[in-house]
Design a protein around this ligand. Structure first.
Ligand code: SF4
Length: 65
């Protein structure tokens, strides 16, 4: 399972980090880092990653199927 980020849409509010801190982090400048951008998200983080997709207020996170 992978998640694509629409980098142009992301506004850096960090709700995804709250939901899935092992997958997404947002620095003090609102810059998002996706720690599994080019690889599958490990099984133990997938539920949290799905929650992050659901919680993003600007729909910047998209599940790859
Ligand atoms: S919740 Fe959405 S808008 Fe906010 S930092 Fe994460 S991806 Fe960006």
């Amino acid at each position: 399972m992978r998640i694509d980020v629409d980098w142009g849409a992301c506004e850096g509010h960090g709700l995804c980090e709250d939901a899935a801190p092992a997958v997404f982090t947002v620095d003090d400048d609102g810059e998002l880092t996706h720690h599994f951008e080019d690889t599958d998200i490990p099984a133990e983080h997938q539920d949290a990653a799905r929650a992050a997709v659901s919680v993003c207020p600007v729909i910047a996170l998209h599940l790859q199927t």
